[in-house]
Design a protein around this ligand. Structure first.
Ligand code: HSE
Length: 420
C-alpha cells in the first residue's frame, strides 16, 4: 500500500482525497497498488473537511513520517513551500505539486535536488489538461515552434462574461472568487502573473529556458475597458489573456498579455473558466488541448494522475524533460522590447483640425505603419480613433504611446492591445 501526505487540505487537497477514494478501483488497477491518504496538514484544525484522514497543523508530521511515500504539496506560495518540498525530497519522498509560483522561481534548483526522486507537477499548468505530459513526452520528437495558451481560468471567465453579458469587472471578479477559480490573492490572476508562472514552466520543458517572471513581459486584464471589449466584438474579435512562447531562430519570446483574436480562430472560442493551449511542433504541426483549468476536481485529477504514474513507473523522466543541455542550438530569451506584433490603439482626442496630421507624423517617426483607422464620435466633442497597425516593434509602440499621451489634444493615455 502506498501512503500519501497532503500538505494544504483546501479545495484541491480535499478533491485529491475524495478522488483517491471514489475512484479507488480504477486507480489501484492502474497503479498496481492501493493508494491511501494517511494524513493532511492544515492551518485551521477546527474546520471540518469531511475527510477521514489524520489532520495536523505540523508539516513535520508528514515530512518525518517514514510511512509516507508521496508528499502532495498544495500549500501554495514560494518560500515556505520551497523549504517544505526540499525537505520532502531530502527525506527521500516523491513529491507531487500544483504550485506554479514555486516552480516559476525554483524549478531548476528543485530538479537538482530531486535527482532520481520523482517530482511531478502536472496540475501546476492548465489544471486538468495534461499539457506537461503532452509537451514532455508526447511531443518530445519536435522542436517546439510556439505555445499559445489561455491558461488563467479566472481571466477567461471574466473576459467571457464581460463580452457576452456586459457584466462589470468588479462584479465578475467577485463571482470568480466565490466560485473558487481565483488565487488567494486575485491580483495574481488579473495581473497576468499566474499565467506567466505557467508559461515559464512550459518554456523550460519546450526550450530549456531558465527565466523568472521578472525577465518577461507580463500584463494583465486590468486595463481592458468595456469600450475596447465592445469595439472588439463589433469588429469580429475576442479579447483573451494569452500566454505566448514563440521561437524565432535562436531566441524565444515569452509574454503574457491581453490580445485581440479573430472570433473564428479556435482559441478565441475557448470561453468561461476553460483553458486551451495550442502547441506547434516542427514535425507534428499544430496540436490543441482544451479542458478545465481551475477548480478542485479538475486540478486534483492531474495531481492524482501524477501519483498513479509515480506508483506505476517510479522515476523515469527528468523533471523538466531534458537529460542534458542542447548543444549547438542553445536558445536564449528574446528581450521584450524586441517583440514584434500588430497593435490596436484607441486614442481619445479633441475632435479638431490638424489632429490626424500630427498623429500620423508620430507614427511615421516611430516606423509604425497604420493598417486601418476609424473615427468614432465620443462624449464632449471628443472622438475615439481606433487604429490597427501593421507588424511593429514593441519598443517603438511604447515610445509612440508615450509621445501621443503628451499631446494637448489627446485625452488620457491611449489604450493598446496586441493583435494576434
Ligand atoms: N487561479 C487559477 C486560474 C487557478 O484562474 O486559472 C488554476 O491555476
Amino acid at each position: 500500500m502506498i501512503k500519501i501526505g497532503i500538505i494544504g487540505v483546501g479545495t484541491v487537497g480535499t478533491s485529491v482525497a475524495n478522488i483517491l477514494k471514489d475512484n479507488a478501483d480504477v486507480i489501484s488497477a492502474r497503479a498496481g497498488r492501493d493508494i491511501v491518504v494517511k494524513s493532511g496538514v492544515v492551518k485551521n484544525l477546527n474546520k471540518d473537511r469531511g475527510l477521514d484522514i489524520k489532520i495536523t497543523d505540523n508539516v513535520d508530521d508528514i515530512l518525518d513520517d517514514d510511512e509516507i511515500d508521496i508528499v502532495v504539496e498544495l500549500m501554495g506560495g514560494v518560500d515556505e513551500a520551497f523549504v517544505v518540498v526540499k525537505k520532502a525530497l531530502q527525506n527521500g519522498k516523491a513529491v507531487v505539486t500544483a504550485n506554479k509560483a514555486l516552480l516559476a522561481y525554483h524549478r531548476y534548483e528543485l530538479q537538482e535536488i530531486a535527482q532520481d526522486i520523482a517530482f511531478e507537477f502536472e496540475a501546476s499548468v492548465a489544471g486538468g489538461i495534461p499539457i506537461i505530459c503532452a509537451l514532455r513526452d508526447g511531443l518530445s520528437a519536435n522542436h517546439i515552434e510556439s505555445i499559445v495558451g489561455i491558461m488563467n481560468g479566472t481571466c477567461n471567465y471574466m473576459m467571457t462574461e464581460m463580452t457576452n453579458n456586459g457584466v462589470s469587472y468588479d462584479a465578475i471578479l467577485q463571482e470568480a472568487q466565490y466560485l473558487g477559480y481565483a488565487e488567494a490573492d486575485p491580483t495574481f490572476d488579473v495581473g497576468g502573473y499566474d499565467a506567466a508562472h505557467k508559461l515559464l514552466i512550459l518554456a523550460s520543458i519546450a526550450y530549456g529556458i531558465d527565466a523568472k517572471p521578472e525577465d518577461i513581459l507580463i500584463e494583465g486584464i486590468e486595463n481592458v475597458s468595456s469600450e475596447d471589449i465592445a469595439f472588439a466584438k463589433e469588429f469580429g474579435y475576442a479579447i483573451k489573456l494569452l500566454a505566448i512562447a514563440k521561437k524565432d531562430k535562436n531566441e524565444v519570446e515569452l509574454r503574457v498579455h491581453a490580445a485581440l483574436i479573430k472570433q473564428d480562430e479556435m482559441i478565441a472560442k475557448i470561453d468561461g473558466v476553460m483553458n486551451g493551449v495550442s502547441v506547434v511542433g516542427d514535425k507534428v504541426g499544430e496540436t490543441l488541448y482544451y479542458g478545465a483549468g481551475a477548480g478542485g476536481d479538475a486540478t486534483a485529477s492531474a495531481v492524482v494522475a501524477n501519483i498513479i504514474d509515480i506508483v506505476r513507473s517510479g522515476k523515469s523522466t527528468p523533471m523538466l524533460g531534458f537529460n542534458r543541455p542542447m548543444e549547438g542550438d542553445k536558445l536564449t530569451l528574446k528581450p521584450s522590447e524586441k517583440i514584434e506584433s500588430k497593435y490596436y490603439l484607441r486614442i481619445n482626442v479633441n475632435d479638431e483640425a490638424g489632429v490626424l496630421a500630427k498623429l500620423s507624423k508620430l507614427f511615421e517617426n516611430n516606423s509604425i505603419s497604420i493598417e486601418t483607422m476609424l473615427q468614432r464620435p465620443s462624449e464632449n466633442s471628443s472622438a475615439n480613433l481606433l487604429i490597427s497597425t501593421h507588424i511593429a516593434v514593441e519598443k517603438n509602440v511604447k515610445n509612440l504611446i508615450n509621445e501621443i499621451e503628451r499631446l494637448v489634444f489627446v485625452n488620457g493615455r491611449p489604450a493598446m492591445i496586441r493583435i494576434i
